[in-house]
Design a protein around this ligand. Structure first.
Ligand code: ATP
Ligand code: MG
Length: 382
C-alpha cells in the first residue's frame, strides 16, 4: 500500500524570538501560501514544525523546489505519514526504504507526544527486528542513510533525507527596503540577502535605454522575475538616466560618484513613497576603483535612511557562487548597456565631501532627481 507523503517544515531561528514568535510564524505561513500559490496543499501547525500535505494534483518535486526558496525555513523533510503505532511505523518504514532501495540504516526515533504506552526505545527495537526480517540492516556504523521516526499524537512521520532550507527570517518581518538594482551580478545577490533578513524589496533601476518600455522588456525585468520567487509580487521602478546625464556633463571624473549619489537620492524618495526604511546596494568595499570609503561616504552624504550593503565583506568569487545558486547569474552576465558603465571612465577614488556637495549644487542634482522621478515607470510584477 502506498503511503501519503508530507513535507515537514522546520523554522530554526524563529524559536529564538520569544514573545514575537507567533508574529513570525504567521508571516512564514503567509509567505508559504504566497510562494506555493497554484499548488494545492493543506498546512497544519504541529508542535515545533509545519506539516504540508499535498493536494491530489500537487507534485512533490515542485513543492520542494518552492519551499527551498522560502526564508525562515531552516530545514525540511519529505516524510511518509502513518498511524502512531509500532506496527504501522514498521510497515511504512519498510515501504519507504524499499521504494528508495536503501539497504542499511541507522534508526533514530523521537516521540514528541509522550502519552503512548510505547517509548522511542520500544519503537527502535521493534523496527530493527522488522527491518532485519526483510533484509534491511539496522546498524550504528557504515549505514547508507539515517532513518528518522517522529511520533506525534495523531500521526507518525518517517523519513530519511533532511534538506537544508534558505534560513533567515520570513520576508516582510523586518519591513521594506528599496534595492538599487543594476544589470550586474552583485545587486541581485544583495537583494537576496536583504530578503533573507526579512526585508520586502521594492526595486529601482536606472536605465540608459531609449524608453521605460525598453527597460521593462530588458533583462532587468527577468532578474526581478527570478528574485520574485523569493518574495512574490514586487514593484519595480524604472528611471531613465538621460536627465542626469545632461546635467552631469561637466562633472568630469566625479561623474560616477555623482550618478551613485543620484541613485541614492532617487531611492530615498521612492522609499518615502513606499514606506521603506532602508536602501540596499550591491557595493563591496574596494571591489572596483570607485567603491572606496571616501566615495561611499560622499555619495551617501545627506541620505537620511540607512544604506545597507550586504555584500561589503564578500569577494567577487563568493558573490558569483551565490548568484549561480539563487538563479540570477545567467541573466546578470548577458550583455546590457548599464547606466553606470557610461560614467566609468577613470573615476576619482578619493572624492571629498566638499567637492561632492559643490558639484551636486552646480549640476542641480536634487532638481535632476525630481524631474527624473516624474518620468519613472512603476511596474507591479504579477
Ligand atoms: P553590480 O554587479 O550590482 O552591478 P558592480 O560591482 O558593477 O555591481 P557598480 O556598478 O559600482 O558595482 O554599482 C554598485 C551598486 O550601485 C550596484 O550594486 C547597485 O546597487 C547600484 N547600481 C549600479 N548601477 C545601477 C543602476 N543602473 N540602477 C540602479 N542601481 C545601480
Ligand atoms: Mg554594475
Amino acid at each position: 500500500m502506498p503511503y501519503d507523503k508530507q513535507l515537514i517544515v522546520h523554522f530554526g531561528e524563529l524559536w529564538l524570538r520569544g514573545r514575537n514568535r507567533g508574529h513570525y510564524i504567521k508571516a512564514l505561513k503567509r509567505n508559504i501560501y504566497e510562494q506555493l500559490s497554484g499548488i494545492p496543499f493543506k498546512l497544519e501547525d504541529k508542535y515545533d514544525r509545519l506539516v504540508l500535505t499535498p493536494g491530489k494534483k500537487a507534485g512533490m518535486a515542485a513543492m520542494k523546489e518552492r519551499i527551498s526558496k522560502v526564508f525562515g525555513i531552516s530545514a525540511y523533510e519529505e516524510a511518509c505519514s502513518t498511524v502512531p503505532d509500532p506496527d504501522h511505523i514498521s510497515k511504512a518504514a519498510i515501504y519507504l526504504l524499499k521504494e528508495s532501495g536503501v539497504k542499511s540504516v541507522k534508526v533514530k526515533a523521537h516521540r514528541a507526544y509522550k502519552g503512548f504506552k510505547f517509548n522511542s526505545v520500544d519503537i527502535t527495537k521493534r523496527l530493527c527486528k522488522d527491518l532485519e526480517h526483510v533484509g534491511i540492516v539496522p546498524t550504528l556504523e557504515g549505514y547508507e542513510k539515517e532513518l528518522f521516526i517522529s511520533v506525534m499524537k495523531d500521526s507518525a512521520l518517517i523519513f530519511t533525507d533532511r534538506f537544508k532550507g534558505s534560513g533567515g527570517l520570513p520576508t516582510g518581518t523586518s519591513g521594506r527596503c528599496v534595492v538599487l538594482l543594476s544589470g550586474g551580478i552583485d545587486s541581485p545577490v544583495a537583494a537576496w540577502y536583504a530578503m533573507k533578513r526579512g526585508l520586502t524589496p521594492v526595486y529601482l533601476h536606472v536605465h540608459a535605454l531609449a524608453s521605460n518600455d525598453d527597460a521593462k522588456s530588458s533583462k532587468i525585468h527577468k532578474i526581478v522575475d527570478i528574485l520574485s520567487e523569493y518574495s512574490p509580487k514586487p514593484r519595480c521602478y524604472y528611471v531613465p538616466s538621460h536627465i542626469f546625464q545632461m546635467a552631469a556633463l561637466k562633472s568630469g571624473r566625479y561623474e560616477l560618484i555623482m550618478i551613485k549619489g543620484f541613485m541614492l537620492r532617487l531611492a530615498e524618495k521612492v522609499a518615502e513613497k513606499e514606506g521603506a526604511g532602508a536602501i540596499v546596494t550591491g557595493e563591496s568595499l574596494g571591489q572596483v576603483a570607485s567603491q572606496t570609503l571616501p566615495n561611499i561616504a560622499a555619495e551617501e552624504d545627506g541620505i537620511s535612511i540607512p544604506v545597507l550593503r550586504p555584500l561589503i565583506g564578500f569577494d567577487k568569487e563568493e558573490i558569483t557562487k551565490i548568484a549561480m545558486s539563487i538563479g540570477t547569474y545567467g541573466e546578470s552576465i548577458k550583455p546590457y548597456k548599464d547606466a553606470c558603465s557610461i560614467n566609468a571612465k577613470n573615476p576619482v577614488t578619493n572624492s571629498s565631501m566638499d567637492s561632492f556637495k559643490r558639484i551636486a549644487k552646480e549640476i542641480n542634482l536634487d532638481g535632476a532627481v525630481k524631474r527624473s522621478l516624474k518620468e519613472a515607470l512603476a511596474e507591479d510584477m504579477p
